[in-house]
Design a binder for this molecule. Structure first.
Ligand SMILES: [Zn+2]
Length: 322
């Protein structure tokens, strides 16, 4: 069987004020070396992609680096109604802007933390007639337990941002979609535990347009891998989970309950990960082809892999990459 053109719908190319971490060109070349022909870049850049003008500037930056085909981006969705309207029009009019992205937890001022503000966003999108994708980072900050985090024991990050925070936030998003009359697609990014996938599946059966993706690190790595000091390199949001969660996620993948493979490739300087501020993010695009082999070894069919890495993504986003 010939593999479809693979797409990674969640990467962070950095660049601009953070080009010391990575550039669009560097991430795109890594993607190609891993067999991925298109990447969707997230908008929490410095400065963030919140307007039409910044989105256009970002696309020009990519072109100047020789990356045009295969590069797409998201526009941030904040709780400002004016910003949301501009973001929606940008996604509707710019073919390389594939969707909106909303952060429910702290993200450089882009976050929409309060449930009432999240509902406001979905209502505004419904009123604007938005039919596209909104990718959402789901973690409910009121359930965080920051007092449990100790850099001396990196695996405590997994206690500080527990699975409940993700599960509850996904429940919030589903209820917002139902209440608001939002007509687009809710994309729950990087699900980290099987309960989340079950919730999403149930919502889909109830008629909600919802999809989800899983990362190589939440499938192949667990809290156990963070038990040494080098574990700081594996600090991510959401955090790695217990082995039974990772195993449960693989089982959901095998049953075709997960729509996308996404890497959430998030490069930082080594010093920022190993020293304060101990930034979160894993360079998981480096594991992409390893993940494909691992999935095959673990009994996931080639057909399912093609769907999760290509067909489902091009269908949901309406992006043609071949
Ligand atoms: Zn991300």
């Amino acid at each position: 069987m010939v593999s479809e053109a693979r797409i990674d719908p969640h990467v962070h190319c950095r660049d601009w004020e953070e080009s010391y971490k990575a550039t669009i060109k560097k991430v795109y070349e890594l993607a190609k070396s891993q067999g991925v022909s298109a990447i969707f870049d997230m908008p929490n850049t410095k400065p963030p992609i919140t307007t039409r003008e910044i989105a256009a500037k970002r696309l020009r930056t990519a072109e100047m680096q020789g990356v045009s085909r295969g590069y797409y981006l998201y526009v941030a969705a904040t709780s400002s109604l004016e910003q949301l309207e501009e973001a929606v029009r940008t996604v509707e009019e710019e073919p390389r802007a594939v969707g909106l992205k909303m952060y429910t937890s702290e993200m450089r001022g882009l976050e929409v933390e309060r449930l009432e503000d999240q509902l406001k966003v979905y209502r505004a999108l419904a009123e604007l007639g938005y039919r596209g994708v909104i990718a959402v980072h789901c973690e409910k900050t009121s359930l965080f337990r920051p007092e449990l985090w100790s850099p001396e024991k990196p695996s405590t990050w997994c206690l500080a941002r527990p699975p409940e925070a993700e599960v509850e936030s996904v429940m919030d998003q589903i209820s917002c979609v139902k209440k608001s009359g939002f007509r687009g697609t809710l994309y729950v990014v990087h699900v980290s535990c099987p309960r989340t996938v079950e919730l999403i599946s149930k919502a889909r059966n109830d008629g909600v347009r919802i999809v989800c993706g899983v990362t190589p690190h939440h499938l192949m790595l667990t809290t156990r891998d963070m038990e040494t000091r080098g574990g700081l390199l594996l600090k991510s949001n959401p955090p790695l989970r217990e082995p039974e969660d990772a195993h449960g996620l693989l089982e959901k993948v095998s049953r075709g309950m997960v729509d996308f493979i996404e890497t959430d490739h998030a490069p930082h300087a080594l010093s920022e990960k190993l020293n304060p501020p101990y930034l979160s993010g894993i360079q998981s695009l480096e594991r992409y082809s390893e993940l494909i082999s691992w999935l095959l070894e673990n009994g996931v069919s080639e057909k399912l892999i093609d769907e999760m890495t290509s067909k489902n993504i091009s269908r949901v986003f309406g992006v043609e990459t071949t």
